[in-house]
Every structure is written in structure tokens, then in C-alpha cells.
Ligand binder design. Structure first.
Ligand SMILES: [Zn+2]
Length: 321
């Protein structure tokens, strides 16, 4: 992969299939749900023992591209699947897999990802790359509020206004994509989760809905430190999500409240203003959410993701739930 190279849906599926085939029976791919437009939502699970049934081992999850325009997340997720499926995994990957199974959902919002990819070849004056699902719902505002949390006045935090990009939908889990992720989560009860988004070069962690720190704040700081220590070129800042901006009804808060999941968001790559000149940002807003050189950003973050998963798992196991 080089400059401007992003996988089409077909290319991404083929690359995931190839990785799973190369895993010598340790990995499996399944469809865990469908989008509004009936596209499959895939989950790839990598286990050290290769069995299909959920094991009693701890579980780790990676979810990418829940915002359809943030395609770089699915590209990083593919790289992680490839690293986890490798016949002779790198030592850090082998150590992670010795302690847990890992399930990756590379594209949580396939309808909007497909539309975003189509925007790259569109001939319109502006070729939009959609963030929301086909119902116009922001899938990272469509989760239940944590107990005791009330709504925030900021539309960015989640709103019932359908004209705004942060529309939370009619009810928590009203959308097939979030319902599928929740069903998978209830099966796995993951100890640790990375949500791959873009952009902003920042790591954020619960609470997103409260200003007070969570009981796991120190663990999240350690997890972020592990991530930063393994980035190879650019290093991201880290903070509690609420102090970046509040989100009410986020995936991270629901996972953390429901299962004690060490759930962290990775906002990959810098904001896209620099892309304006090179890629026609105003005609193709795709480039506001995705770096021109995806390969460089994948290289920067892939080892960091493995390190953060391992650190989050260690914290969860040492600190109970
Ligand atoms: Zn996002």
C-alpha cells in the first residue's frame, strides 16, 4: 500500500480471507450481523488454539470504521488481522495471543464505508463521504446512557436532530449495526477493546459522559502509555474522553459499564486540512478523515495497538471487575 491506496469492499474482504487462510486454523471469520442495506458485518477471531467455540479465555476486541468516512480505521484493522494471523507472529503478538483471544470487526458501518469509497471516484461538485449509517444515525451515539447520566446540551454529544451528523437515532441499539456489535459483546464480554476512528491523533477513554474519572483511570493511563511507547513516528496525546468533548451514549462507556472493558478510542492521523491541496479536499471530504498515505499511519500504529491490548488486559486481570 502506498499513497492514496485504500481497499474497496471486495479487496478488503479478499485480504481478510487470505489472512484467515494463512492462520493455520487459528482464525475464523463469521458474519455477526447486517447493515441497514443488508451488507454483512464480519468478525474475525484469532485464537491461540484455533477452536470455533468461545473459549473460557479472556477476550480482546477491535472495532473499526463505526463512522463510515473514517476508512483508515478499517485499513489498520486489516493490518492487525494480518499480524495476528501470521504463521510466525512477532513476539509481542504471540505474547498477546498466549493471554487472550482477539476478535476484530474491521468494518462496523459497511453501508457508509462503501459510500465513502464511492466518493473517491464520484464526479459531483462535492462527493460526500458519510459518517452515519443508512438511517442517518451516528453509530457512536446509539448506545445506552450509563446509569445516572443525563443528556448534554452540546449537539456533538448526541442529538435527536436528524439533520445533524451526531444524530443518536430513535433509541439505543435501534440500528442493526450497533445491535450486532452489542450481541457480539455480550457473547465475548471483552476485557479490552480498541475502537479505531480518525482523525486527531488522540487516545480517549471512559468516561465520555461524565467529568469524574472512572475507577480504571490509572489503567487507561497505562494503556495509553503502552500505545504511545510503541508508536514509531507520530505519538498521540491521551485524555479522558469527556475532557476532549462529552459523548452521551458512546460505545466505550457502554462496554466499560457493562463488562468492565478497558475500552479506548484511537483517533488515527492528523486532521485533514493538509490534504486540501493534494487531493481536492473540498470536492472529496474523504480526505478530511483519512490520511493521504495510509501505509505510513498503519506502520505507526499497528504495534501500538498490540501493546495497548496487552496492557489493558493485564490491568483488567490485576484489578478485577
Ligand atoms: Zn469517529
Amino acid at each position: 500500500m502506498g499513497r492514496y491506496d485504500y481497499h474497496s469492499a471486495g479487496e478488503l474482504d479478499a485480504a481478510l480471507d487470505a489472512a484467515v487462510r494463512g492462520a493455520s486454523g487459528r482464525a475464523n471469520s463469521r458474519v455477526v450481523g447486517e447493515s441497514v442495506r443488508r451488507l454483512p458485518i464480519r468478525a474475525i477471531s484469532i485464537k491461540s488454539d484455533g477452536g470455533d467455540a468461545p473459549t473460557a479465555r479472556p477476550q480482546a476486541m477491535v472495532v473499526a470504521n463505526i463512522h463510515g468516512n473514517e476508512v483508515i480505521g478499517s485499513e489498520l484493522a486489516l493490518a492487525l488481522v494480518e499480524d495476528l494471523c501470521r504463521d510466525q507472529p512477532a513476539p509481542a503478538v504471540a505474547r498477546l495471543l498466549a493471554g487472550c483471544d482477539v476478535t476484530v470487526v474491521p468494518v462496523a458501518n459497511p453501508d457508509a464505508r462503501e459510500a465513502s469509497m464511492a466518493s473517491l471516484s464520484g464526479s459531483g461538485l462535492v462527493n460526500w463521504a458519510p459518517r452515519r449509517n443508512a438511517h442517518g444515525v451516528d453509530l457512536n451515539r446509539n448506545w445506552p446512557f450509563p446509569g445516572g447520566v443525563v443528556d448534554n446540551w452540546l449537539p456533538l454529544s448526541g442529538t435527536s436532530n436528524r439533520r445533524l451528523p451526531w444524530c443518536r437515532g430513535p433509541a439505543p441499539f435501534s440500528e442493526p449495526e450497533t445491535a450486532a456489535l452489542a450481541a457480539l459483546a455480550r457473547e465475548l464480554r471483552p476485557a479490552v477493546l480498541l475502537n479505531l476512528h480518525s482523525t486527531g491523533q488522540i487516545l480517549t477513554y471512559p468516561w465520555s459522559s461524565r467529568a469524574a474519572p472512572s475507577a480504571d483511570a490509572q489503567g487507561f493511563v497505562s494503556m495509553a502509555a503502552a500505545f504511545r511507547a510503541h508508536q514509531t513516528r507520530w505519538s498521540y496525546r491521551a485524555k479522558q474522553s469527556h475532557s476532549w468533548y462529552p459523548i452521551i451514549g458512546s460505545s466505550n462507556d457502554w462496554f466499560h459499564e457493562s463488562f468492565g472493558t478497558m475500552a479506548m478510542t484511537v483517533e488515527i492521523a492528523p486532521n485533514g486540512a493538509a490534504a486540501a491541496k493534494d487531493a481536492g479536499l473540498l470536492r472529496r471530504p474523504f480526505w478530511a478523515a483519512n490520511p493521504l498515505d495510509p501505509a505510513a499511519h498503519i506502520e505507526n500504529d499497528r504495534g501500538a495497538c498490540i501493546a495497548a491490548l496487552a496492557e489493558g488486559l493485564t490491568w483488567r486481570q490485576a484489578n478485577g471487575h
